[in-house]
Design a protein around this ligand. Sequence first.
Ligand code: PGA
Length: 242
Amino acid sequence: MRIFKEKDYDAMSRRAASFIAAQLMLNPRSVLGLATGGTPVGTYKTLISMYQDGDVDFSGITTVNLDEYRGLSGNDVQSYRHFMDEQLFDHINIDKARTFIPDGMATDAEAECAAYDARIDALSGIDLQLLGIGGNGHIGFNEPADSFAAATHRVTLTRSTIDANARFFEDIADVPTEAYTMGIGSIFRARKILLLVSGDSKAQIIRDACTGPVTPALPASILQLHGDVTIIGDEASLHLLG
Ligand code: PGA
């Protein structure tokens, strides 16, 4: 694992954006795995500025997002499709037909999950997967569990995840209780992984994920076994990692 400790959130975002931009320069047809949540917002903003300055070109890329709430349509302002449009896709020269996110309204959950994995396989996998880490160690919506779920699957969100995500909703009762998420296997098969982490509230969990036992009770710990992981975080989140 390579770890870059930046002084604050903005510096983390700049380094992450330049890392992603470099990936796109090396391979303009990259398949990027993308993430939602508060952590990558600054990275997306920086990528938009780089695009406006003519420094990065998204026209050839394909994206696959980690997850989506079950029961929300892409038109719902709380959906991750809406988040991605608003935070990134609507501001860059990406072909939206090549931006993939699980369909929260799919009536056949199993078929939707199988189709999502087939889509990733058809793209020959993910070149660079961007990740955040949940306060409970989740990646995507792979919540702490007894085993690592390999494939895209439907999950019931834990109370701590619902509490953490309530800040994006008017009322905690509005937070969906289920989601679709790419499995640990799909994430792990990405050729490169870039994990972003910010804030003191994540300091202990990122330390445990990087230095503790590899266990499905802390899903991000699986990244210790991956050959190409870069962690970019701010000082507040990485100060326990030495
Ligand atoms: P956050 O979420 O970026 O909003 O902290 C990270 C996650 O839950 O994966």
